[in-house]
Design a protein around this ligand. Structure first.
Ligand code: ASP
Length: 433
């Protein structure tokens, strides 16, 4: 019998997880059972993926750069990547703004609902923690992100998954220096990292064997810990505006893929699907990164010289789904609370949502923290911020799951475009076992 493809296994795991979660919400003590006995397996899986993220980035980036043989190629790839990332993010925000201004989801929401949402969430620990995290970010200067990108201790940077950009910085520095000392002198180091790279990719394969069971656990947990269904229904128009925008983004990526890489976009999506399904289940582009890299290199055919740089950088700074969501959410909150936004305010949203999505960590819920910065930039009253966040809190997790899929798809699309432009997109990649 033909073996079931991985994406089908993951999809079945997800569906069974949702069904199991639904049953457990009815059963007495079911929620606690899922929390104590099922969810830990999902958490272990996410930890395993994060565990290999740093070694994978280092090994694969060193391999990518040292295979280049020439630094000017790296400059070329770097400039293209950053420009396309910025362009796609601006397009995502613009789509979000257009949709939210046309659909006006905030205007349909009654005062009663606003009051109920405010009572339920404005003082909740979830909203409070987002606000306090955001206030830490706001107190930083404009060039703080540059300072933060440069580590003062390489080992410390490698010891913290949140310091992904610092690890990338150190690794690029090391890789370029390896190119500069020449092949002969850097050979032992290169051999070491090439071998590490092979081994870490094998670790990704092994972890993925567990994926269908892990997504079952993750989704069962999302279902049992989700919010009051009535409140979710009240926010349906807003949620659909975000999801509609995200679907438009997927369509946009498909056009880019078919136009620039001449690849069949449906095949592209199929090849990427295990990474997308994981992004949906974990709500974290960082946790999904090892799988995204494996799919993009071994299935879509992007050469390591490109993917090893484009994907880790993308996971940290390119978040089209998040930026689109931030634009829609900011305007939705303004509409619902009767706060007028001028055209200049909407332009401010484009700039701040771009910066906010670059600054958002690739972990669940990070987009909502940075949304506070977007709201502050358009002069939203500080005393109403908690109410604003309370309005969208109930649907944040499902929307986070969806926007993370777009974040990952955007990275893979840009990796393919850049690879094609430098002649590094292979037609028939050979997936390893
Ligand atoms: N969860 C998203 C990611 O990891 C970030 C966010 O939008 O909250 O890509």
């Amino acid at each position: 019998m033909k073996k079931l493809a991985l994406h089908w296994k993951i999809l079945i795991g997800m569906i069974l997880g949702i069904l199991f979660g639904l049953v457990m919400t009815i059963v007495d003590g079911g929620g606690d059972f899922v929390l104590n006995w099922i969810n830990p397996f999902g958490s272990i899986f996410v930890k395993m993926l994060k565990l290999i993220a740093v070694p994978l980035i280092i090994a694969s980036l060193i391999k990518g750069i040292s295979d280049l043989k020439d630094i000017s190629k790296f400059k070329n790839i770097g400039l293209k990547t950053i420009s396309i990332y910025i362009a796609t993010t601006v397009i995502a925000i613009t789509i979000g703004l257009l949709l939210v201004n046309i659909v006006k989801p905030g205007e349909g929401i009654s005062d009663e609902t606003i009051q109920k949402l405010t009572e339920t969430y404005a003082n909740s620990s979830g909203v409070k923690s987002k606000l306090s995290e955001a206030s830490k970010q706001i107190s930083n200067g404009p060039l703080q992100f540059l300072i933060e990108m440069v580590p003062d201790n390489a080992i410390k940077a490698m010891g913290n998954n949140k310091s992904m950009l610092q690890v990338i910085f150190f690794t690029i520095f090391l890789g370029i220096s390896m190119l500069l000392v020449g092949e002969k002198k850097s050979k032992p180091l290169k051999k070491f990292f090439d071998s590490l790279n092979e081994v870490v990719l094998k670790m990704v394969d092994l972890i993925m064997l567990f994926a269908p069971y892990a997504v079952f656990a993750l989704l069962a947990n999302v279902v049992v810990s989700s919010n009051d269904p009535d409140l979710l229904l009240a926010l349906l128009k807003y949620a659909f505006t975000v999801i509609g925008g995200l679907l438009l983004m997927i369509t946009f990526y498909m056009i880019l893929v078919s136009f620039f890489t001449k690849k069949n976009p449906i095949v592209f999506l199929k090849q990427l699907s295990p990474a997308q399904l994981l992004a949906f289940s974990t709500s974290s582009s960082a946790a999904t990164l090892p799988v995204t890299m494996e799919r993009v290199e071994e299935h879509i055919g992007v050469d390591k010289e490109v993917s090893s740089f484009v994907l880790p950088v993308g996971a940290t700074i390119n978040m089209d789904g998040t930026s689109l969501y931030q634009a829609v959410a900011a305007v939705f909150i303004a509409q619902a609370l009767g706060f007028d936004l001028t055209f200049a305010d909407q332009l401010t949203i484009i700039i701040t949502a771009l910066l906010a999505s670059i600054g958002s960590a690739a972990v669940p819920g990070a987009g909502m923290v940075m949304l506070v910065i977007v709201l502050e930039a358009v002069g939203f009253p500080a005393d109403k911020l908690a109410i604003g966040l309370a309005l969208i809190f109930a649907v944040d997790r499902p929307l986070d799951m969806c926007r993370t899929v777009i974040n990952v798809t955007g990275d893979a699309t840009v990796a393919s475009l850049v690879a094609k432009s430098v002649g590094k997109l292979h037609d028939n990649p050979l997936p390893k076992s």
